[in-house]
Ligand binder design. Structure first.
Ligand code: 6R9
Length: 651
């Protein structure tokens, strides 16, 4: 194994000199943030505008049975006012959002802060006219169009709680999330163009709402102009409703701990959970990380390629950048349409300064060859970022050399839906990077590595184990929607008095953190989190399937692929048609991102005598590493393993 220290990429002196934080500043601020979190966050809480200033800063407990997280509790504010209104005087005519459509032949939009204000106020008044008020839930099922940002900010403006469902999820998954938070209104579009193809979003909403007995209303943005099926009196066109409302909508005064949004994410067991983020601490942390991690300066053009359906889109397309008065780019399309040069074409066209994407996209584009990068002028780029999964050094080096031309610091940001913003990340003017390491903690973050079985904290610098966080940070999730017990159980029960991330981690001699991947039954497919249990329950819902076990396996582009072992009902015969049928079935149950890459017919699954599926073994076989199966003596029927090895799909 390479010595980690051999591959240090320090920031240049010139970059460090102009950065918000050089190494000395980072060290001093980090130290201050850990020694006196109250004082540190009291000071940095002022980066956003408060209606009523807070007097209390931090009131948090990870204690078993009493997990409670509150920041800036007695302060009041409005997130939309922070993201829009407060900029009007100084930068009303500055572009807030650059929108780049799916097709490069269509015109991009430049929406100023003043226009954003008007659009969001109108949108907010439409929501009000549909009966939405403070605390009500609104589900968004949207393409990547400016109206998605308007809808988020309009909800925030009137104190409603939004829950965005990724537009790639199926009608069933959408229905579960609409019901899960008891939404009053679903906001969608007629269709979503992506990569030259159109998804009929409204059709999916109609299917999802068939499951519903009450009157969930639907607000529709006209994007494609295609024919759509209206449902009686509960469907409304945004453009028609906007004609009936004023452009004046005063922001609602919200308590710091009022929920801002719910975002469903996969866990290791059962149904996805509704991660709840609140108003004050979230905005402080999202905006502060956007500024420091990307070294964002006034006038820079910032592009995060995520979808607003994921937390990365929430914090780094909308809330973080707009709270900072930034120009944020929103891209409707995909990296490979019309060809694998699209990202670089857009960087060149809009003179992007900070570019933030996922390793899976980098790997896919790397595989297409440098000729897709070379035609474009990428001289505007200053900082490159990655998120979502570990980045392999080969992809890191390609990103660094071919995209960044060796000039741009790379920030490998480790964080989660639950953390609201970056927890481990280099700061581009401060941290010497190492390909594949998320390096060091952000201000106020205290990572620890625990011995997985005993839960003892490993104090030596060099350590390997599970990653936990010792104390709260302002954007920490507050609860699972409607199920605080599940919140405590998932994150605070395996290791008492710590927040458990679910990730394995190694710390090297320089104190740098290296994420080694999930230690639970969550897999990471193209940077998307998926519970293996969700895919399993989709499979067993098929009438011909009796049992299934799903594991991840290494995939060159996706990071991990989905490997499903399927046992059929008695009398059913495996066939290629059935394989296809199951693939289509899972797409329908969850969405295209959950489609198994490999399905192996399993006459039996390896189980302990108590009936527990031994996933360790299934993982090894899926990895084609069946020589290292370890102890199989506790299996009820060891012979099933031989069959699985013989018929393995990944060789
Ligand atoms: C923001 C986001 C969270 C999980 C997380 C970890 C993996 C994210 C990473 C990374 C290695 C990075 N992950 N960033 N692993 N290096 N820089 O992705 O949120 O969808 O909730 O996923 O993704 O396993 O636990 P989310």
């Amino acid at each position: 194994m390479l010595d980690d220290n051999e591959k240090l990429y320090p920031p240049s002196d010139a970059f460090a000199a102009k950065a918000h934080a050089d190494r000395a500043t980072y060290d001093a601020m980090y130290q201050a943030s850990i020694e006196d979190p109250e004082a540190f966050w009291a000071e940095h809480g002022k980066r956003i505008d408060w209606i009523k200033p807070y007097t209390r800063v931090k009131d948090t407990s990870f204690a078993p049975g009493n997990v409670s997280i509150k920041w800036y509790e007695d302060g009041t504010l409005n997130v939309a006012a922070n993201c829009i209104d407060r900029h009007l005087e100084t930068r009303g005519d500055q572009t807030a959002i650059i929108w780049e459509p799916d097709s490069p032949d269509d015109d991009a939009l430049h929406i100023t802060y003043r226009e954003l204000h008007r659009n969001v106020c109108k949108f907010a008044n439409v929501l009000k006219s549909m009966g939405v008020g403070k605390g009500d839930r609104v589900v968004l099922y949207m393409p990547m169009i400016p109206e998605a940002a308007y809808a988020m900010l309009a909800s925030a403006r009137i104190g409603a709680i939004h829950s965005i469902v990724f537009a790639g999820f199926s009608a069933d998954a959408l229905a579960a999330r609409i019901n899960g938070c008891d939404a009053k209104v679903v906001i969608t579009a007629d269709g979503a163009p992506r990569g030259g193809r159109i998804t009929n979003l409204k059709d999916n909403v109609n299917k999802a709402l068939l499951h519903d007995t009450d009157d969930v209303k639907c607000l529709i943005v006209r994007r494609t102009g295609q024919q759509i099926a209206f449902r009686s009196a509960n469907d409304f066109w945004l453009h028609e409703e906007e004609e009936k409302v004023s452009a004046d909508c005063p922001p609602e005064e919200m308590a710091a701990e009022d929920p801002l949004f719910i975002l469903y994410t996969s866990g290791s067991t059962g149904q996805p959970k509704g991660v709840v983020h609140t108003t004050g601490g979230y905005l402080v942390f999202a905006s502060m990380t956007q500024k420091y991690t990307f070294d964002y300066h006034d006038g820079d053009i910032f592009w995060c390629t995520a979808d607003v359906g994921w937390v990365t889109g929430h914090s780094y397309i909308v809330y973080g950048p707009l709270a900072n008065g930034a120009t944020t780019l929103m891209f409707e399309g995909v990296p490979t349409y019309p060809d694998a040069g699209r990202f670089w074409a857009v960087c060149d066209k809009h003179k992007v300064n900070q570019f933030y994407t996922a390793p899976t996209a980098i790997r896919a584009l790397m595989g297409q060859g440098n000729q897709f990068v070379e035609p474009y002028d990428l001289g505007s780029l200053k900082v490159l970022g990655t998120v979502g999964e570990p980045i392999n050094p080969e992809a890191w080096n390609w990103y660094n050399d071919i995209v960044g031309k060796g000039r741009c610091p790379i920030v490998d940001t480790w964080w989660q839906t639950e953390t609201g913003g970056h927890l481990l990340t280099p700061l581009p003017g401060a941290t010497a990077t190492k390909p594949g390491s998320a390096t060091l903690p952000f201000f106020g973050v205290q990572p620890v590595i625990l011995e997985p079985t005993t839960g003892a904290e490993i104090h030596e610098t060099v350590a390997e184990g599970v990653l936990c966080i010792k104390d709260s940070w302002p954007a920490q999730m507050r609860t699972v929607w409607g199920d605080h017990e599940r919140f405590e159980k998932t994150y605070f029960s395996d290791y008492k008095n710590y927040y458990f991330t679910g990730d394995g981690c190694r710390r090297d001699a320089d104190g740098y953190y290296w994420i080694t991947g999930r230690v639970d039954d969550v897999i990471n497919v193209s940077g998307h989190r998926m519970g293996t249990a969700e895919v399993e329950s989709a499979l067993v819902a098929h009438p011909k399937v009796s049992e299934s076990a799903v594991v991840g396996y290494p995939h060159a582009v996706k990071g991990q692929g989905i490997y499903a072992y399927v046992t059929l009902m008695g009398g059913e015969e495996p066939s290629e048609e059935l394989r296809k049928e199951l693939e289509v079935w899972v797409r329908g149950e969850i969405g295209p991102i959950a489609k198994p890459d490999l399905i192996q017919w399993a006459p039996g699954l390896p189980k302990t005598r108590s009936g527990k599926i031994m996933r360790r073994i299934l993982r090894k076989i899926a990895e084609n590493d069946y020589g290292a199966l370890g102890d199989t003596s506790t299996l009820a029927d060891p012979s099933v393993v031989d069959d699985l090895i013989e018929n393995r799909m990944n060789r």
